[in-house]
Design a protein around this ligand. Sequence first.
Ligand code: NDP
Length: 478
Amino acid sequence: MTIKNYINGELRDALSNKIINVVNPSIGKVYGTLPDSDSQDVMLAIEAAIEALPAWKILSFEQRFDLLLKLANGIESRMNEFVEAESMDNGKPEWLAAQSDIPRAISNLKFFASAQMNFPSESHHTPNQGLNYTLRQPIGVVGCISPWNLPLYLFTWKIAPALAAGNTVVAKPSEITPYTAYLLSTVCIEIGFPKGVLNIVHGLGAKVGQAIVEDKRVKAIAFTGGTVTGRAINIECAKQFKKVSLELGGKNPNIIFDDCDFEDMMATTVRSSFTNQGQICLCGSRIFIQKTIYTQFKEEFITRINQLTIGDPKTNVNIGAVVSEDHMHKILGYIELAKEEGGTILTGGKRYIPEGECRDGFFIEPTVIEGLGHLCRLNQEEIFGPVVTLIPFDTEENAIEMANSTPYGLACTIWTENVKKAHRVAQSIDSGIVWVNTWMVRDLRTPFGGMKESGIGREGGFEAMRFFTETKNVFIKY
Ligand code: NDP
């Protein structure tokens, strides 16, 4: 498989002709190459996006709607190909890509195709003087940079609103999982998507990502990824007064009160801990359990975790491979740290070696740890793998204090049947998203993003449309 850049409507190699290998993490072997692009390739993409901008931004709502819908339908018509590619690239089970990643990528495109038609602007009458109205105009060329955990899902989460709002785009998918973004560029060609409106440049973040962020002609950056990278991007954008939206890491609390619906909570907590091998920014990695049900929770949770199946993502397993060898070692390093910090591994804790074709793949047993204080490194730093900690608490105040004790503030889950308590805790938690008695139910109209070091700004719905437009007030004197 030879992955290529998509620039000005054409598939191209890097100008340098350099390539990078792409690995299938479930078998631990190289399956293809991608262009090792650099600033010269980014330059070409930006020039194409600048040229395409005037025609794209004056398209009618209907024309833009039709083109975005064609992209969505183009993915849908090649569903199996996209599902297999996502699973091979990322290590996630195929059923998960089929149920979640690819349908959600399609929804992103459909949703924002429609959102741009329904995006209102405001007017304000100033008594006896005149009328203000608000224009929300395209920003220009924007940069979209996305990570490897939900590759096409998060790639389209950025490019769909950016394009819908009338911008042209230079996008960089993660170098670790470039396949489905490449397939999307082939859909663009198939459906005759206008040249230069969407450009996809593959390669390393430090070269391609950085060149997109540093170029002054790129007027805004929408980034999803780690907090360290986000901070570097934010510094560069600040120098240029460039608009920036950052969706970063998390260390999400899952707070379980003794008055919850135990069965519902248990089934959901298994999912919120280990779906996608724990590599979802919204996974609950710190599980706070009220002391009165701690032992009952622990015994039942471990029993269920021990029933999870791991292995070949093509089969019906619960848990596939983590994304790369480096990431596997990072996660295993954190498990070692847990032991050094005095934690007890209740289950898991090791690399898992399946039989057959996947024996060299990067699998980790779902791991549950107890006995660690809430301020130790393991409970403060993002691991982003199949590792959760159990922490008992006495009171509501005690749970809130521990839950809020990290530098992150992305998502939180609260389990209680007491509606007053649910509202109280939801208000007191420092996070951009709170789920009560459920997890990861996403309505695309709602604001999405994090507090503290989990990011700046919100995307989703009209929040994304606002981010990807420049706001102008016009005042007309009576
Ligand atoms: P990284 O921050 O390593 O990378 C994200 C993207 O940024 C990649 O495409 C990467 O390129 C690129 N990049 C790296 N360096 C630079 C740079 N200097 N300038 C511009 N771009 C750069 O994150 P991961 O890919 O490891 O993704 C995992 C992280 O994403 C986790 O922390 C997770 O919490 C977070 N995340 C946050 C979400 C949210 O909504 N808040 C959702 C999903 C994930 P490359 O890797 O190809 O070199």
